[in-house]
Design a protein around this ligand. Sequence first.
Ligand SMILES: [Zn+2]
Length: 229
Amino acid sequence: MIYTDNRLLSVGLVGGTCSRHYGNMRDISAQNNVYKALNIPPEKILHFHQTHSDTIISITSAQEAAQFAALPEQDADAWLFTAPGWGAAIQTADCVPLFLFDEHGHAFALAHCGWRGVVNRLPFKTACALKNTGRCGKIFGWLGPHIQVCCFEVQADVAAQFSPSSLHRKDGKIFVNLNLEILGQLKEAGVNPLDIKTPYYCTCGDEKNFFSWRRDHVRQNLLSFIYKP
Ligand SMILES: [Zn+2]
């Protein structure tokens, strides 16, 4: 199935996160099958090389998107669009696919937020970039399936990089709640937390539906995509 937020469709966007049944998305032909099933032209979906950074690529026109598509893949971890006709994909296997979009569908973003990206404040920076386009009404957000607090145990050195309020301690172990950390950053960027949906789909805990690097240590990725016709 494709997990999604109904508000994407209501503002004219097509997007979501595919369950593992669609295949390993490191294989581009598996991605193309998804796009074709949804009437998305595969050549209108942009890709980058994910590096757990805080780099955002901004696409402001169809011409710019076409130029970008002709280049080798750039290093980056978030997309920001203010032009229709194009979209982008990211791949995850525990990291958070963060969807941010404005109430009119004029501006939309998709960020690959691993814990390093979250520590680098990529959610905050992506929300600020979206606001700074000047094309934004109210911002909605949706966090696709990722590793949840139930499974995201970390050591003290990683835990120290998060807000104490985003940590959960149990039986001498420390767990990170990425949802809380991301919600905090989005609120700081001026987004109303009530407009952010954080459904509890755990990639690590649900083997039937999701790939998980933490669980399997196999290079198999889920696809998240966003597109405006
Ligand atoms: Zn879990």
